[in-house]
Design a protein. Structure first.
Length: 161
């Protein structure tokens, strides 16, 4: 599911998220767009997050991507994120708890609260104590891909330190 990111599209070395993005790209966690861009100022979608979290899970556990029928009615079998989503579902990381109506809503911008729930599930499945804190001020606020990279790089450091 991962791809190599074109260095021409990485943030400048002086950018606050440079280390986060480059570390995740070097370790196969970041998922660039088909044109190799990262688009860090764009809000992250639920599809983006599913792919990146599945990459973290597979790298940490050594499991393979799991290809089964997707339980979400709005994720086609041939969708670019389908294998990542089914992997997260198969291993109990994605529980479908955000909408409770058999939809994933992958094109929606992910909120801080949704990301926190997913990462808490990831920590629980892997057996690592979660350090995710509730932040009611940002609960419904979407994150940019740069903010997502910063968060996932901290998760990466916890999982691989």
């Amino acid at each position: 599911v991962t791809a190599t990111m074109d260095n021409n599209y990485l943030p400048e070395e002086s950018h606050w998220a440079y280390d986060d993005v480059t570390n995740l790209a070097a370790n196969g966690i970041i998922s660039p767009y088909e044109d190799g861009t990262f688009m860090g100022n764009k809000n992250a979608t639920r599809y983006d997050v599913a792919v990146m979290v599945a990459n973290l899970y597979v790298k940490k556990t050594g499991e393979d991507f799991y290809r089964v029928e997707n339980p979400f009615s709005d994720v086609p079998k041939n969708h670019w994120a389908a294998d990542a989503i089914t992997t997260l579902v198969a291993y109990g990381v994605e529980k479908g708890e955000d909408y409770n109506d058999s939809t994933f809503r992958g094109n929606r911008e992910i909120t801080h609260g949704e990301l926190r729930n997913l990462l808490n599930n990831l920590f629980e499945v892997i057996g690592v104590e979660s350090r995710m804190k509730d932040n009611k001020d940002n609960e419904d606020k979407p994150l940019t891909r740069y903010e997502l990279a910063a968060t996932l790089n901290r998760v990466y450091e916890v999982l691989f330190s």
